[in-house]
Design a protein around this ligand. Structure first.
Ligand code: BTN
Length: 243
């Protein structure tokens, strides 16, 4: 794969999008030491201090329908979860659809962006933000109670290069599995690491909010929530969930 390395960039997702529009190959990765304007989901900012984390975006051109793009997010979550667990032993879990948590605090965020033409995906950008060596002092006060880092959990620095290599190896492996055997094996692993299934959740959508128990995830990666009256389907991107 091709790795594009930057000292600083406004957002690796935006840089990757430009490359994808210029026909960059599948597997191209943009990595930056720092982001001036890192993007989170739901128009939030993503705090991305220099040399303290892995701020990167991967370009894929999967043979999926546009409505299957959330599979990429789940695949990335499983891959990152496995890489962190095997490299550091930290037993992280996945909160649907795209957060990796430890003790209820956010360690990783994933922002997937898609471009489709004629009902086929043209490219998917999987943006990954991993708080590796971010100290409490580095963090803006407003995220200190909800965010964490590997340094804060383990008490010592983790090599960002080793972790990124482990993540990319897992991603490549999972992507090959999807292409050869379909999405079921990924879904199975995702469920194993999930901290959302079985929990009571509040689903906040654009037009409606509902409460219920998260009971399953379907083949498209949508969360199924039992409200007591019916099973609601929550699609990533459209909703945020709270305990
Ligand atoms: C979230 O809100 O949880 C998603 C955060 C995604 C952050 C990453 S950092 C690398 C990539 N570039 C961005 O601008 N955002 C993603």
């Amino acid at each position: 794969c091709v790795i594009k390395y930057y000292k600083t960039v406004s957002s690796t997702n935006n840089a990757a999008k430009l490359l994808a529009q210029q026909d960059a190959r599948e597997g191209t990765i943009v990595v930056s030491e720092e982001q001036g304007n890192g993007k989170g989901r739901l128009s939030r900012c993503w705090f991305s201090p220099a040399q303290k984390g892995i701020w990167c975006s991967l370009i894929l051109r999967p043979p999926f329908l546009p409505q299957e793009a959330p599979k990429c997010t789940l695949m990335a979550a499983v891959s990152i979860c496995k890489a962190i667990r095997s490299l550091t032993g930290v037993q992280v879990g996945i909160k649907w659809p795209n957060d990796i948590l430890y003790n209820g605090k956010k360690l990783v965020g994933i922002l997937t962006e898609m471009n489709a033409e004629m009902d086929r995906i043209n490219y998917v950008i999987i943006g990954m933000g991993i708080n590796v060596n971010v100290t409490v002092k580095d963090m803006p006060v407003e995220i200190r109670n909800t965010a964490t880092s590997l340094l804060q959990i383990i008490g010592k620095k983790v090599s960002r290069v080793r972790l990124l290599c482990a993540i990319l190896a897992e991603l490549e492996n999972e992507y090959e599995i999807i292409k050869a055997a379909g999405f079921a094996p990924i879904l199975e692993q995702w469920k194993k690491y999930s901290v959302t299934l079985g929990q009571k959740v509040k689903v906040i959508g654009i037009n409606e909010t509902f409460y219920g128990k998260a009971v399953d995830i379907d083949d498209y990666g949508a969360l199924l929530v039992d409200t007591g009256e019916k099973i609601e389907r929550a699609l990533a991107g459209d909703v945020s969930i709270r305990p």
